[in-house]
Design a binder for this molecule. Structure first.
Ligand SMILES: Cc1cc2nc3c(=O)[nH]c(=O)nc-3n(C[C@H](O)[C@H](O)[C@H](O)COP(=O)(O)O)c2cc1C
Length: 183
């Protein structure tokens, strides 16, 4: 099969089909939300996940200081909130209010969950290496919860819940295979 060369700088596009998430953070009573495509599990025992955030982001400042974050997994119906949180900085206003999302209490960490999301992974930062132009916040999972109807007993996502996957620009694919364009 013929292949075409892809620039090394574009290779994230070949891998980042995992769910786009909303990461919440809090430091000194200031809360924030950031949309992230770059997330990955990195260890089973102890359970650890990593998120890559560019140093200029307000969320970077809050997470670097508080050493905690919550990964919230939105269903495809939250596309406009996901886009809102990925195109504005929390330095300029409260994104929970702007995106019409609701804070709910976390079980362990001092950062809010997003009530409208169907899964929450609470993490404490254990390492934060600088990698190129992003910081890789490696978090130990200290608590997690899912909406009962969203998953079966083996944590397989059930219909009608579908995740959002970023294709680039304002285009997304849902796990149902539908292409969506952010408003
Ligand atoms: C779909 C999507 C995925 C994104 N993924 C990332 C990411 O993985 N890492 C990152 O640093 N920024 C990512 N961004 C950009 C941030 O979400 C954006 O810069 C945001 O406005 C930062 O908010 P803050 O300054 O309030 O933290 C993404 C944006 C979108 C729309």
């Amino acid at each position: 099969m013929p292949k075409r060369t892809v620039k090394p700088s574009q290779t994230a596009r070949l891998l980042n089909h995992g769910p786009t998430v909303l990461v919440s953070s809090r430091h000194r009573e200031r809360d924030n939300l950031i949309t992230l495509a770059w997330t990955t599990p990195v260890s089973i025992d102890p359970p650890m996940v990593a998120i890559a955030i560019a140093p200029g982001r307000y969320s970077h400042e809050l997470i670097a200081r508080s050493r905690a974050y919550v990964i919230n997994v939105p269903a495809s119906g939250l596309l406009s909130a996901v886009w809102y949180c990925g195109t504005r900085s929390g330095r300029n206003g409260d994104k929970f209010q702007g995106a019409r999302l609701t804070r709910s209490a976390s079980a362990i960490v001092d950062a809010p969950r997003v009530a409208e999301c169907f899964a929450h992974i609470e993490c404490r930062v254990v390492k934060a290496p600088s990698v190129g132009d992003h910081t890789l916040f490696v978090g130990e999972v200290v608590s997690a919860a899912v909406e009962r109807e969203a998953f079966d007993g083996r944590l397989r996502l059930r219909r009608p819940f579908h995740t959002l996957h970023h294709l680039g620009g304002s285009e997304f694919l849902t796990s149902a295979g539908t292409r969506l364009v952010a408003p």
